[in-house]
Write a protein that binds this ligand. Structure first.
Ligand code: PLO
Length: 400
C-alpha cells in the first residue's frame, strides 16, 4: 500500500466517495470526496472517542496494532469531542495567536539563513555538488521552530527527532513503539511540571497560564496537547517543504513564473498542499450511530465503524479540481479550496505557522540556489515507510 502512492490514491478515488480499506489488518472506510469530507467533519455523530469503535470494544483492535499511536493516545484536543474539545481547544487559540506566529518570522528567517549557510559550506566540500535536502534543510527547520515556540530546549531536539521517527515508522517493532509513546508522555509531563515552577516566554507557559481562570486542563491534558503540537508541528511541515520543492523542480516552466514574480509563493504553497499533502490519511473517527450520507447516494456508515480522511485523494477530487486534478499547477483556480488542514472544529491550529515556515523557507532556498535540480529522477524519490504521513526518505538535489 505504501510504495506507490499515486497508485494508492488513484485506486482509492476510483472506489468512490467511500473506499473500504485495510489498515494493516483492520478494516475501515476511507473518505476520498471533498464534499463528503467537509460534510462529515462537521457531523457531531462522528467522533474521536476511541471507545465508540466497535473493533476496539470487541478487543479485535489492541495495543498490538502498529497504528495504535494514532488513536490510543493521551487525552488532548486531538482526541476530544464536543464541549470537552472546545475546553481544550480554546486554550490553544488563546496561546497560539496570530501575533505569536508572526513573532516567529525573524526566528524562522534566522534558522533558514543559518541552514543555507551550512549548506554552502557542505557544498564547498562536496565533489559533485549534490546534497540531500532533507537532513540539511527541510528536516531540521520545523523541529527547531516548533521547539522555540513551545520552549523546548535545543538540547532536547535530537531525542525528539529520534522518538518521532520511531513513532511513525512501520519498521519500528511494536514493543519499541509503545516504549517511545511512554517516553514522549513522560518527557512532556515532566516539562509541564518544570514550566509551572519556572514559566518562560513560550507557548507551554502560556498554556499553563491560560489555565488560570476559565475551565482548567489537567496536567495530563496539557502534556497531551504539547505532544500533539510537537508531532503535528514538525513532521507535516517537512513534507510541505519537500513536496512543494518537488512540484517546482519537476515543473520548471512554473518555477520560472514564480522566480520572475508573476505568481506568488502562496500559490505554490496552496497547490502543493492540495497536490501532495503532508498527510495521506488521518486516523480516525468513529460513528456513534448509523450515519446516512446523502452526498454519497445515501451511503450508510454503520454505528461503531471507523472512518479515515484520505486527504491525498480528497485533494485530487476531480469533482472540485477538474479532470487534471493529478497535475501540479500553481495557476489552478481551485487550489486554495483544499482542506488539507482539515475542516470543522479540529481544523489544524498550526496552519498559519506551517504556511509561514514554507513562505520563508522556499523563496530563500531558491534565491540561494537558483540552479537547484533533482539529482535523481522524481519517480525514484522514496517515501518513508509510514502509513499516514507523506514524507520522503531522502531528497537529493544538485545545487550547482
Ligand atoms: C501523535 C501522538 C500524540 O500523542 C497524539 C497526536 C496528536 C496529533 C496528531 C499526532 C499524534 C500525529 C500526527 C498528526 C497529529 C495531528 C495532525 C498530524 C496526525 C497522533 C498530521 C496531520 O500528521
Amino acid at each position: 500500500m505504501m510504495g506507490d502512492l499515486d497508485g494508492e490514491t488513484a485506486r482509492l478515488s476510483a472506489a468512490g466517495p467511500f473506499a473500504r480499506i485495510d489498515l494493516l489488518g483492520v478494516p475501515a472506510w476511507s473518505v476520498t470526496s471533498h464534499t463528503v469530507a467537509r460534510r462529515l467533519l462537521t457531523d457531531a455523530r462522528l467522533v474521536k472517542d476511541l471507545n465508540q469503535w466497535g473493533l476496539w470494544q470487541q478487543g479485535i483492535v489492541t495495543r498490538a496494532w502498529p497504528l495504535i499511536g494514532m488513536v490510543d493516545v493521551p487525552p488532548s484536543m486531538f482526541t476530544a469531542d464536543g464541549a470537552e474539545h472546545r475546553r481544550l481547544r480554546v486554550k490553544i487559540a488563546q496561546a497560539l495567536t496570530a501575533r505569536r506566529v508572526e513573532d516567529l518570522r525573524p526566528v524562522i528567517e534566522g534558522y533558514v539563513d543559518r541552514l543555507l549557510d551550512d549548506m554552502e559550506a557542505e557544498l564547498a566540500k562536496s565533489e559533485n555538488g549534490v546534497l540531500d535536502l532533507k537532513p540539511v534543510f527541510a528536516g531540521p527547520l520545523p523541529m527547531a521552530v516548533v521547539c522555540t515556540l513551545m520552549g523546548v530546549p535545543e538540547s532536547e531536539i535530537p531525542r525528539q527527532m529520534k522518538l518521532w521517527k520511531a513513532f511513525f515508522s512501520l519498521l519500528t517493532p511494536q514493543d519499541e513503539r509503545l516504549a517511545v509513546m511512554m517516553e514522549v508522555n513522560t518527557v512532556f509531563n515532566e516539562m509541564v511540571r518544570e514550566k509551572k515552577a519556572a514559566p518562560g516566554d513560550d507557548l507551554t507557559s502560556a498554556l499553563i497560564l491560560a489555565d488560570e481562570g476559565g475551565e482548567p486542563m489537567s496536567q495530563e491534558e496539557i502534556a497531551g496537547n504539547l505532544q500533539s503540537m510537537i508531532a503535528a508541528g514538525h513532521e507535516t511541515t517537512i513534507g510541505l517543504i519537500l513536496n512543494a520543492t518537488r512540484g517546482l523542480l519537476t515543473h520548471p516552466d512554473q518555477l520560472r513564473l514564480v522566480l520572475d514574480g508573476e505568481i506568488g509563493w502562496d500559490a505554490v504553497i496552496e497547490e502543493a498542499l492540495r497536490w501532495d499533502p503532508p498527510i495521506t490519511h488521518l486516523l480516525m473517527r468513529f460513528a456513534t450511530e448509523d450515519i446516512e450520507v446523502p452526498e454519497a447516494d445515501g451511503f450508510v456508515i454503520g454505528k461503531g465503524e471507523g472512518v479515515v480522511m484520505s486527504y491525498r485523494a480528497i485533494g485530487r477530487d476531480t469533482d472540485l479540481h477538474g479532470e487534471d486534478a493529478n497535475g501540479f499547477d500553481i495557476r489552478r483556480a481551485t487550489a486554495k479550496k483544499h482542506i488539507t488542514f482539515g475542516h470543522g472544529p479540529h481544523i489544524c491550529p498550526g496552519a498559519a505557522l506551517s504556511r509561514l515556515e514554507a513562505a520563508v523557507a522556499l523563496p530563500a532556498l531558491f534565491a540561494r540556489f537558483p540552479e537547484m535540480a533533482l539529482a535523481v529522477p522524481s519517480e525514484e524519490l522514496r517515501k518513508l515507510p509510514v502509513m499516514t504521513q507523506n514524507d520522503l526518505e531522502a531528497f537529493p538535489v544538485r545545487l550547482r
